[in-house]
Design a protein around this ligand. Structure first.
Ligand SMILES: [Zn+2]
Ligand SMILES: [Zn+2]
Length: 263
């Protein structure tokens, strides 16, 4: 098993010690475990701090990676919160340490935290979705220092209503084509099963197929665990989704370079 999206108490929204998370991963027999704590500069809700003490973080990654090196491969990663006005800060963070793997994610868009009621309600759902995906597309045209786009359709978690595909899939297609052309990956994020999203997996089967059709072949799977009990959560199902989309390999990373393992 490969869990390529996890957090620890270095993230503003987790209280679990990194070592506790890794011990859980070892007990589950996980082969490669990516720690991807948040760095989300200029996060648009002052109640949260998603800054990252990169020195303390990377020191602990080194210590734990070494301590358990015979038992698990620790992949040293980050989940970057991308916004149009923080690209310099993001580049500085990825350059501050030789990370193995960077997830680029959108938790804020168009100047709002995307889970904020004032962002997702009070407008037509079609307009919310077009605004969100157009923003993601625009940012990804400018910012390339990441390896995999995190939870592509995260907006589904917070939207008052999910519009028909026809209302916004042209933008999703443009995004997955850009990812494929840039040699960037996409992740299957199993937190959707904890949010009880039903068929609306992250990404949906349709979105994953569009990425593969566009020539994309870099797909990671991750639990997005913020506590030890969620480590490895439903990763078998994520692998099944990757197979159903026609993929034969899963992506893993070392020193920001992709390596494929058989699905
Ligand atoms: Zn995220
Ligand atoms: Zn995350």
């Amino acid at each position: 098993m490969y869990d390529y999206h996890t957090h620890s108490s270095f993230s503003g929204d987790s209280d679990e010690a990194l070592e506790t998370m890794v011990l859980r991963a070892i007990s589950l027999g996980i082969k490669e475990y990516a720690v991807t704590d948040h760095y989300d500069p200029n996060y648009r809700n002052a109640a949260y701090d998603f800054g990252l003490d990169s020195e303390a973080y990377t020191r602990e990654l080194e210590r734990i990676g070494e301590k358990y090196s015979g038992k698990i491969k620790l992949v040293k990663g980050l989940e970057l919160g991308i916004q149009h006005d923080v690209t310099e800060a993001c580049r500085a963070m990825t350059g501050a340490y030789p990370f193995d793997f960077i997830i680029g994610s959108f938790h804020c868009a168009e100047g709002f935290e995307i889970c904020a009621p004032e962002y997702v309600t009070g407008r037509r759902a079609e307009d919310v979705y077009r605004g969100f995906y157009a923003y993601v597309l625009q940012c990804l045209k400018l910012y390339k220092d990441y390896d995999v786009l995190g939870h592509l359709n995260v907006i589904d978690r917070y939207a008052a209503r999910i519009p028909e595909n026809e209302a916004y899939y042209d933008l999703v297609e443009d995004i997955v084509r850009l990812l494929a052309a840039d040699g960037k990956g996409i992740e299957i994020n199993t937190s959707c099963f904890r949010y009880n999203m039903g068929e609306r997996t992250t990404p949906t089967a349709d979105m994953l197929r569009l990425y593969v059709l566009a020539g994309g072949e870099i797909v990671t799977v991750g639990s997005d665990a913020h506590r030890a009990s969620d480590v490895g959560f439903m990763l078998d199902r994520a692998r099944g989704m990757a197979r159903d989309a026609g993929l034969k390999y899963l992506a893993t990373f070392e020193n920001r370079a992709v390596k494929f393992v058989k699905l």
